[in-house]
Design a protein around this ligand. Structure first.
Ligand SMILES: *Cc1c(COP(=O)(O)O)cnc(C)c1O
Ligand SMILES: [Zn+2]
Length: 419
């Protein structure tokens, strides 16, 4: 592994709040975290990240869920409905089939609204409260809107969500709707929605809670911390590799940040940092293209299509954070077909783990990279499954077995069963 891990700790600048500040990932700019609303660097338009004067160790953490890791987060508490503490499942059939040393599935679909987005929102909505904003907004392929609607409702703050019309799974729209968000269905794709909501945010109309927001990624960072603790508890070892679906590449960025900070805390050596492996659908694979071409930047895809609507994204906003995450950990990115995704969704279901299509992309990618030899049999692997089966009931029903109509009569039922 050729790890050139940049140290996330810079000298504490003026304006830091309790050892916490914002920094640009591309230039020297730093600023106060909670005084002003900022999504990008005022000097160079680069992405921002949260930095800390101190990094806690595992001994410092107590309690469960996202807020177990409060010492590694920029605020002490959040708008919380007990997010995080998701299961790390064994999947014996898939483990045996793909042939790796140990395989676990970190099922983020077990969060309160059924996706990992809750981890970001418990923090992001809290920071929004501190900033005193009156309206929260996001563009979404579905799960971000479900989570924001729920956490916004909990905080008593107005929520506006922009969705690509006709391209959001039924369960997600239902959630945003019942939690009382104002839902605008845009005649365009997710990237168009994000362009518009970013404009609205820049004009001061709303506080943006897409993963461009650096505070959201701090919440999502806890996936990495939790996973390390659970994997160690279960196996006595560390995961060598994490395979995850990639849309806007927020999780890829957040996991890398979690591991860099564990290195800074002395909890991991650079060599122990798990290899980050991203998976996209073939019809929406700009990150895979950039990794394969060794490109500096990701080219925006204007036309995207996949059954995995949660990752139907052509312009991953966190690419400048995620490309180094993949490269510096010695990882890679791979594209899988919709058929391979559906097949992996069925395989997970056979092991008792119900996920939506985007989540199954992780297992589809693992299978592909084992076949190609990129992943070796001796590895400890964690696949991240990002959303629950019930998010997309139509996809689940289409991938599953057909219900059979029968008369309301036992003998008729036995007849059908004997066929
Ligand atoms: C948001 C989402 C993703 C994409 O995650 P990124 O952090 O944007 O790469 C993947 N799967 C599901 C189910 C999601 O909701
Ligand atoms: Zn900058």
């Amino acid at each position: 592994m050729n790890l050139t891990l940049s140290n996330p700790t810079a000298p504490e600048p003026d304006g830091a709040d309790d050892g916490v500040w914002l920094a640009c990932i591309d230039c020297e700019w730093t600023g106060a975290p909670f005084d002003e609303i900022r999504y990008r660097c005022p000097d160079c338009d680069g992405l921002l990240e949260v930095r800390y004067a101190d990094h806690p160790t595992f001994d410092d953490f107590e309690g469960s869920g996202v807020w177990r890791y409060a010492d590694a987060l920029p605020v002490e508490s959040g708008v919380s409905i007990e997010e995080g503490n998701t299961p790390l499942y064994e999947v014996p059939t898939i483990e045996e089939e793909v042939g790796v040393d140990a395989l676990r599935v970190k099922h983020e679909g077990m969060n309160p609204t059924g996706s990992f987005k809750d981890r970001g929102m418990t923090l992001g909505v809290k920071v929004a409260e501190e900033l005193g904003v009156s309206r929260l907004a996001c563009a979404s392929t579905g799960n971000t809107s479900a989570a924001l609607a729920c956490y916004g409702a909990r905080a008593g703050t107005e929520v506006l969500v922009l969705l690509p019309a006709g391209k959001v799974a039924a369960g997600k729209v239902a959630q945003a709707s019942l939690h009382g968000a104002r839902i605008l269905e845009v005649d365009g794709n997710f990237d168009d929605c994000l362009d518009i909501v970013s404009d609205l945010a820049n004009r001061g109309e709303a506080y943006l809670l897409n993963s461009l927001n650096p505070f959201r990624l701090e919440g999502q960072k806890t996936i990495g911390l939790e996973m390390i603790e659970q994997f160690r508890d279960q196996t006595g070892e560390l995961p060598d590799r994490i395979v995850l679906p990639v849309g806007n590449a927020g999780n890829t960025s957040a996991l890398f940040k979690a591991f860099r900070e564990l290195v800074a805390a002395g909890e991991l050596t650079p060599e122990e940092v798990p290899v980050l492996t991203g998976v996209q659908a073939e019809g929406a694979a700009p990150m895979v293209e950039a990794v394969e071409n060794d490109a500096e930047e990701v080219r925006r895809w204007d036309e995207v299509e996949t059954i995995a609507t949660a990752i139907r994204i052509g312009n991953p906003v966190n690419a400048p954070k995620a490309l180094p995450a993949i490269r510096e950990t010695g990882g890679t990115a791979v594209a899988v077909t919709d058929e391979e995704i559906t097949d992996a969704q069925r395989a997970l279901a056979r092991d008792g783990v119900g996920v939506e299509p985007a989540s199954a992309a992780s297992v589809a990618g693992l299978r592909k990279l084992r076949e190609s030899g990129e992943i070796s049999p001796g590895e400890n692997v964690v696949c991240l499954t990002t959303g629950h089966l019930l998010k997309d009931p139509d996809a689940a029903a289409a991938a599953g077995v057909e219900p059979e109509p029968v008369p309301a009569d036992t003998d008729d039922v036995l007849d059908v069963l004997s066929q």
